[in-house]
Design a protein around this ligand. Structure first.
Ligand code: BYC
Length: 335
């Protein structure tokens, strides 16, 4: 009902002054009623900007996130492992495409979002600024990074913005396969030779803390959470999701016979949760400021890929123009 009242189909990308109390009240009523907001619906500027930021950063993460795994494609230990890893990486590219398409419904073009990434104005997930040093990292990335991504993304399937929520449903199904393929690599290595088990342990040691940082700053530092929660973009806080992830992951690591690199980790029987040691937020801030182990390398590779693809984009645009010209001429001739 509210959606109908606020639809302004003739004026796409309608953004309202955020101080218009009647529209704001109606907008919040749509959200509170668990209705979806669709691209042509009226929405406050700040809601649009939040989604443009989050969805595009999410898309950038998927695209940049292909690099650490791409690093191991030619060195996968068997044809089967290579085919599986390749399928996973291709899925990540697909996720990027769904997400750029969802972000475009908010009135900015993919090229504009992409330009924000290349110019360094847009972020991507901190986790992809860490190197993938051994084959075991393919296991740790699937198990932990995709595991954290699922924990964060399942609630996004119920996000108030329709195109984002729908994209997330498909993405989560694929992430589930990604998590399992990673865990299966970890199972194989953990049951393997002492050297293989040591490699799995080393990957866990290096990825554990950065993965916890993927969930974002602590709730007290999270500047966007209050608005995002009010608008039902976020259903759980950063710390809540981090805790859910830790609670789900520790038993999986124990099953592997691996040790988590946190001496303060202990199970609290009273709450049913694992309590953990302090996260080094100075490292998180450093990585976000561009000074992580691989920030420069990731952007260099992305920029080179963009430059190498220029001719493809130009050729596609030239072909589209020629085709449109031919259709115009054919139409005139037919009249
Ligand atoms: N890394 O107020 P906050 C994948 C920024 S890819 C970098 O809590 P918010 C995969 C945040 O952007 C999955 N920046 O923000 C792909 C903000 O800065 P700005 C990626 C971070 O938005 C390939 C500032 O810190 N997932 O699965 O309420 C291979 C304050 O934070 C990070 C998504 O993108 C971070 N980790 O909450 C394998 C999920 N954390 O923008 C796997 C979608 C925070 O004001 N995004 N920042 O300059 C979200 O759910 C939310 O945006 C976040 C942050 C929970 C990440």
């Amino acid at each position: 009902m509210y959606t109908q009242a606020l639809n302004e189909k003739d004026a796409p990308f309608t953004t309202g002054r955020s101080d218009d109390p009647i529209k704001l009240e109606r907008f919040q009523a749509i959200i509170d009623a668990e209705d979806k907001v669709e691209p042509n619906d009226w929405m406050p500027d700040a809601y649009r900007r939040t989604l443009q930021r989050q969805i595009s950063q999410h898309a950038h993460s998927e695209v940049i996130g292909m690099q650490p795994e791409g690093n191991w494609l030619t060195r996968a230990p068997s044809l089967k492992r290579k085919a599986t890893l390749l399928a996973k990486i291709q899925d990540e590219a697909g996720h990027g495409l769904y997400l750029y398409a969802a972000a475009e419904t908010l009135g900015m073009s993919r090229e504009e979002y992409y330009e924000q990434l290349l110019s360094g104005r847009a972020k991507y997930s901190s986790i992809f600024n860490y190197p993938s040093l051994t084959w075991a990292d393919m296991g740790a990335i699937g198990w932990l990074v995709d595991g954290a991504a699922i924990m964060n993304q399942i609630p996004l399937c119920r996000c108030s913005y329709g195109p984002y929520a729908r994209a997330m449903i498909r993405i989560c199904k694929e992430e589930s396969f990604h998590q399992r393929q990673g865990y299966e690599i970890m199972v194989t290595l953990s049951r393997g030779t002492p050297a293989q088990k040591a490699m799995a342990q080393d990957a866990l040691n290096r990825f554990y803390w950065p993965v916890l940082m993927m969930f974002g700053p602590s709730d007290t530092e999270s500047m966007h959470s209050a608005d995002s929660t009010k608008w039902k973009i976020k259903r759980f806080s950063n710390d809540e999701l981090r805790q859910k992830f830790i609670d789900a992951t520790i038993p999986q690591g124990q099953h592997l016979g691996l040790t988590f690199p946190d001496p303060d980790l202990k199970f609290d029987a009273a709450t049913g949760h694992w309590t953990h040691g302090e996260i080094d937020w100075s490292e998180f801030k450093r990585v976000l400021a561009g000074d992580g182990p691989c920030n420069r390398q990731r952007m260099k590779v992305r920029k080179a890929a963009d430059a190498e693809g220029t001719w493809v984009r130009e050729a596609a645009a030239a072909y589209a123009n020629k085709r449109a010209d031919r259709q115009r001429i054919a139409k005139i001739a037919a009249e």
